[in-house]
Design a binder for this molecule. Sequence first.
Ligand code: MD3
Ligand code: FE
Length: 202
Amino acid sequence: MTVTPLTIRGFRIWKGWLDAAAQAELIAALRPVLKAAPLYRPATPRGKKMSVRMTSAGQCGWFSDAAGYRYIDHHPSGAPWPAIPEPVLKIWRSLGDGDRMPECCLVNYYDSEAKLGLHQDKDEADFSYPVLSISLGDDGLFRMGGDRRGGPTESVWLNSGDVVTMGGEARLAYHGVDRIRFGSSRLLPKGGRLNLTLRVVT
Ligand code: MD3
Ligand code: FE
C-alpha cells in the first residue's frame, strides 16, 4: 500500500490508493446513488451546458444555473440527495479531515468529449478543510495551477484508483481536467471517467 503521496504544488496524489476490489466496491455502492439521483448537465451562469455530467450524495449537492454556483439541499428533480456510501466515507477517514465528515460527495462523469476548465472551488464556507478526490474508470489529464488564473500549471494523468487531497496551499489552487483517455479502463462497462470529490461545505 502507498504510504507517501506524490506532492505537486501542494496537491497530494495517492497513486493506486484503491486496489481493483476497492474500486469495484465503490462502483457497486454508486449504482443506487446514480439511480436515486441521476446525472445531469448543469448550466453555467453564462447559460452554457457543462460537458461534465454531475450529481451528488450527502446533505447538500453542488449545483449551477443562471443564478450562479451554489450548494442545494435536493436533486434538481426534487428528490433528496442519497447518503454518501460507506466505502466512500472510509476513504475520508483514512486521508481526509479528522474533525469533520464531508457534507457533499460531488460525482462527476466524463464521457469521451467532456472536460472541466480551470477553476477554483470556493463555494464552501471554510477553506481550512481539505477536498478529497477519487478517480475511477478512464484516465484523466488533471491540470494544477496556483492561486491566480494565468499562472504556471503542471499536468498529471490520474488513473483509476488514485486519490488526491487538496489542503493547505492547494485548497484554493486553480485546477481542471483537460481530457480523458477514453477506453483506457474497463472498470465502467460503457467507459468514461467518474470522479468523486468529498467536501465539507458549511
Ligand atoms: C483542488 N473535479 O469537481 S478533482 C471539481 O477530476 C473538480 O472531476 C475534477 O475539480 C475532477 O470541482 C478534479 C481534484 C480537485 C477537486 C477539488 C479541488 C482538486 C481541487 C478543490 C480545491 C483544490
Ligand atoms: Fe474543482
